[in-house]
Design a protein around this ligand. Structure first.
Ligand code: DGY
Length: 333
């Protein structure tokens, strides 16, 4: 009896134990137990011998790196929903298939988006800090202290009405917000009806008319600085902006400038232009209570990470068995 050789699979980061255990059963898996992010040279070396690379959003798999891959590397099975960190076109040119893990992060990301939508106008982080950072300062309830802004009755403008945007809209509707959205394509009439959503063909016009903006589109060359200085200037002074998608969709220095100038009311950010570095001016704004910052943790639930791992395994299995992996990312998108 001959046993089929297990494919060599290289994991760039530590994954949940259950995922790693399954990977080791099925594949010749090289793990990253210490979870130290790999350098470009370490990734290039791995891509010289592995048949499958499993990168995460912290690995930049660009054209130069893909060019250095050995001929045995046939699959990049991303442990992520977003694929902005992988040059999918360069991979296709080299005959490498790319997959991702869509769907399983939707509800978790939408929950955290909603948490930021609540946290910023209702001054959640600021209030919590009064008790933990300045104990003794709280003099008790006061009719005029720590007043935020009501959510119910306001308008949310969702930029990107895909899976996550729609899940945010469902939650926002339950909180009494009216739903407005801008998307490349209008969603189905059934979805629009269920959400009582208003479609805005013009992003500019929507931005000027809503109270809360939620960024939920993917990062692509077309959405780079989509929320530019010019567009930020369209927002109402009472507007809040929340971003749980990718930092580069907003012109971050321009956002900092209008926040510092008091030209919008606040921001909730889970993602940044230059992660893991966070602009010190944003941290100062957070200390002043004008923004709430989270360290890219919108999708961070153990259930979500295990489901991401399951998807990666299914994609690898399908591919090595000669089938089309279910979550193939097509080039040229
Ligand atoms: C993804 O997978 O794209 C998420 O941003 C990770 O949290």
């Amino acid at each position: 009896m001959t046993t089929k050789k297990k494919p060599k699979v290289y994991l760039t980061r530590k994954l949940p134990d259950a995922v790693e255990t399954r990977m080791r059963e099925l594949f010749e898996a090289e793990l990253n137990i210490d979870d130290v992010p790999r350098t470009a040279d370490e990734l290039a070396a791995a891509m010289q011998s592995a048949e499958v690379l499993v990168p995460t959003v912290t690995d930049r798999i660009d054209a130069a790196l893909i060019e250095r891959a050995g001929p045995q590397l046939k699959l990049i099975a991303g442990f992520s929903n977003g694929t902005d960190h992988i040059d999918v076109d360069a991979a296709a040119r080299k005959g490498i298939t790319v997959t991702n893990t869509p769907g399983v992060l939707t509800e978790d990301t939408a929950d955290m988006t909603m948490a930021l939508i609540l946290a910023v106008p209702r001054r959640l982080a600021e209030g919590a800090r009064v008790l933990t950072d300045r104990p003794g300062e709280w003099a008790g309830w006061s009719p005029t202290w720590m007043l935020g802004r009501r959510l119910s009755g306001k308008r949310i403008g969702i930029v990107g009405m895909g899976r996550i945007g729609t899940a945010v809209a469902r939650r926002a509707k339950a909180f009494g917000l009216s739903i407005h959205y801008h998307n490349r394509k209008r969603v189905s009439p059934e979805t629009e009806d269920a959400l009582e959503a208003t479609y805005w063909d013009s992003l500019d016009q929507m931005l000027a008319r809503v109270d809360i903006i939620s960024i939920n589109c993917p990062s692509t060359p077309g959405t780079y600085h989509l929320i530019s200085a010019r567009r930020l200037a369209l927002l109402q002074p009472s507007a809040f902006i929340v971003n749980t998608a990718r930092g580069d969709i907003i012109d971050e220095p321009a956002l900092i400038n209008i926040l510092r100038a008091g030209k919008i009311a606040g921001a909730g950010l889970d993602v940044f232009s230059n992660e893991p570095a966070v602009n010190p001016k944003l941290i100062k704004l957070a200390n002043e209570g004008k923004v709430v910052l989270l360290p890219h943790m919108s999708s961070a639930t153990i259930e979500g990470r295990i489901e991401m791992g399951d998807k990666v395994i299914i994609n690898i299995r399908a591919f090595i068995d000669g089938h089309r992996p279910p979550n193939r990312v097509l080039p040229g998108r």
